[in-house]
Each structure stands twice: as structure tokens, then as C-alpha cells.
Design a protein around this ligand. Sequence first.
Ligand code: FUL
Length: 519
Amino acid sequence: MNAEERVNEYVSIVPNLNQKRIQRERFNVFFHYGINTFTGKEWGDGKADPKIFDPSEQDTDQWVKAVKDGGAYGVILTCKHHDGFCLWQTKTTAYGVASSPYKDGKGDVVREVSDSCRKYGLKFGIYLSPWDRNSETYGTDKYNDFYCAQLEELLTGYGEIFCVWLDGACGSYMDGKPKQIYDWDRYFATIRRLAPNAAISNCGPDVRWVGNEGGIARESEWNVVPKFAFNIQSIESKSQQSDDDNFAKKQFDITLDDLGSREFLQNFDSFIWYPAEVDVSIRPGWFYHKAQDGSVRSLKNLLKIYYNSVGGNSILLLNIPPDKRGLLCEKDVERIKELGQHIKSVEREEVKIKAITAPKAEGENVIEGVLTEEYDGETYDAAAYYTPAKEEDRYEIQLTLDGVKKINRVKLVENVAFSQRIEKFEIYANVGGKDKKVYDGTTVGYGRIATFKAVNTDKVKIVLTSVRQRPYIEFIGVYEDNGVVIRETSWQRFVKWVHHVNYKIYINRENKKRKKLNK
Ligand code: FUL
């Protein structure tokens, strides 16, 4: 492919409906809950006595109401973690709530959480760990039947499922068992058949793990990435069998700093739409530990994660673990409520735009279309958007605000039905008759919230300085200062720069190795 063919190829890649849905909603909550909640472990060995699962005050309404107030759209429950303990009434094993004293063995946590979700209007999703340290069949072919039977129970018994979160962990060696060969294709087919509207996340084809569990999204997050970004996960969890030359062929991994720039894509021939998800816990652990009550993330920290992920073209999955009582801890509830209040205040802070101008539009897709953020409830496509009639090197969009306002954020959304096109942009605020640059940005995709030091202005200019092809812009919003500025410190910028330089050195070395191998 020559350069032009390449760009044509990149912008032809667009999301499927499940991806569009989860990208629109963007913010979900994880509940890590199970036998580990009672043993205090993060990874159970599958041997803990089910009798210790005995929450005294379990109230899933409290969980779901709290996260709804927090601004989340859906929840994902660890129906079974690596220990194999099942939170639902399953026919596949006795290891689960049925053998616990909870509700005399008649309780069903999956039912309770999914019912609470329906009651409060949140979506419900499942986490079902493929790694199972309790199942006798683990490490054999039969385990794939067992796992699919569990999927079937969960996907047919609890109403609409919006997401199936597949964890790639596979630590058979820890229990002296043979390596389990997960039949991923069969798992995916089972999910598509029984829950066609569910996005398959993490080790699935719809949503990509961002590459860390610390709440950090890339500065430039791309949705169009090389196909390996998906394959490698399944390959990795199936492999590690021997140190053969297959290993040497694997030069790139999904945790790299850059997965989608033109420079990087040049190394590959096939591409997919694969949006990133940032999964992170509100506490140091995924499960509840009393000793961590003092380490709940601060609002400032959560906001940083929020602006980084939701404001940086990624999905956010924030974990809040219920405690031994079967309740979310008061501190966590308070924190998530504060986050929700912040998210909700954003609408009130949107500044009215008096006038907007941009290069001549193509047909009906006039610039005024970007002033509303509406989409069709079935196709999840934008109701209105702007696209310029001509291909140009740069595009300037001028906004006149309804009077002088103190602003500190600008939100940009691309219409991803036409892929992701913006590579670089700048934002200027007119101060004392002069344009002052307030932000230098890269990717936009299905959402970029540019945050900057508050400035008093009545005119804002957005300049797109590099695009793959003429842009399709769905929304532009300008927001008044709400006192929270989530900017990087110079130290953070420095650390990022060092990281970037290291990465460039790494890529160069890998490219050289690759060339050698190909010779
Ligand atoms: C990891 C697991 O090992 C952790 O326990 C947690 O569930 C996290 C979300 O995924 O792979």
C-alpha cells in the first residue's frame, strides 16, 4: 500500500454497534466481590471453605444506587474470579453461593445485582474468569465445555447483558496443572449467539485493555490499531509453552505508548477498530481489604483518571469493591458521589455559543450541527455533524461566546461513523484582541476534553493542524471554569517525555531486529 492507500484504509475502519454503544456511554463500574472479600486475598486458590461467604447486610441496591449517583452507565460483576467461587445458582459446580450460609444457600448475588441494575436503570455486565483454580476439569479440554456452560447460564438467566469482560489470566502452573488452552473462538461465538448486544471486553474483539491497571490512558489514543492488538492477547494466553522463535516474532505488544499513529501503523498491513478501556480500582486492591480504607483515591485523583480516560478517547471501568457486610464502604460511596456531582455539573457549565464559522461545509453538514450532542438511539450515530467540502491542510473553526466567560475546558467529538481522523489540533482564546494558545492536542476520536488554565475570553478558535482526511466533527462544547483544573504538572510532563524517548529507542531497536529477521 502506498501512503494514500494506507490513509484510505485507516479511515475506512469504523466501530460495530456494540462498540458504538459502549463508547457513547463510556463510564462503567466494576464490582470485585466473592470469596476473596472474606479471605482478604486478591487471588484465591480455589480451596477456601464456601461457608465463609456470609455477608450480614448485603444490599445491592446500595451498590447500584451509589454508582448511578456517581455517573456510571453500567456495572460489571465478578460472577466468578480466579478462585472459581460462583456468585450465582449454578448447575456446573457446588463451589459457590449454594454451598454458603448466605440466605441458607438460596442466595443469588448475580440475580440481586442484575435486578438492582434494572431497578435503577443501569446496564448489567458480567466478568467470568476463564482461569478457574477450583474446577477439576481445568487444564483439560473438558474445561471449555464447563466454561461455556457457565457462560450460557449467565447469558440466559439474568436479562440483557451489555458487556462480557474476559480476563486473560491463566496461571495453571501455580497449581501444578497443565496449561489450559482456552477455546476463545468458542467463547466468543457463545457470547455472540446468546448476547448479541454485549461488547466483549479485555480479551475480546470489541474493547481493548489499555495496557495498565493504574488509570493511565495514552496521550494519543487511537481506535484504529493493527490487528495484532487483539490477536496477541489470545495468542499470549494460549502460548508461553516454550521459548521458541515464535517469541522472537512478537516484537510489539499492546502496552506500547503508541498503537495508532501513521508512523506506527506503517509497520502493519491489517487493522481493526479497537477502542481502549482503562480499568482501575478506587483502592489499591481489586477486592475489599479493611486495611485499605485509608487509601481510597481522592476526588482529584479520580478526576484526573476521568479526564484522562473519558476525556481522552477511552472507556473508563472504575472498580469499587463491596465489603464483608455486602455493602460499599461509606468512604467509597462519598467519593463516587462527588465524582458524579462533578460530571453532572459539566452540563450547567456549558457556555452558549453566539456564532460559529468554519470552512464551507459539504451539503447539509453545516458547522452549526456541532453545537448539539445528540445521537440516534438505535444506530448510535450522530444526529448532526459538520464536514468541510474540501480537503485542506488546516481547518479553522471560530466560536463567538455569549459574552466574556472564564473558561477552562473544550470538548471535541469526531463522528466515528467516519472513523477517527484528527491527528493534531490547537485551541486559542482571544485575550485583549490577540489569540492566546491555551491547548495543544493530538487525537480526538469519540471524545476529547481539553482542559487548560482558566482564561477570560469571548472568542475561541480551534485549528486542526493535521488530519488523515477531511474531518467529520460531531460536537464542540466550551465550558466555564468550575475550579477544577486537571492539568499535568511539569514533573509529570517530564516523566512522560523520558518514557517517550525510551519508547522511540525501543521501537528503533525492534524495527532493526524485525528487518534482520525478515532478511
Ligand atoms: C486481572 C485479575 O488477575 C485481577 O484480579 C482483576 O480481576 C483484574 C481486573 O484483572 O487480570
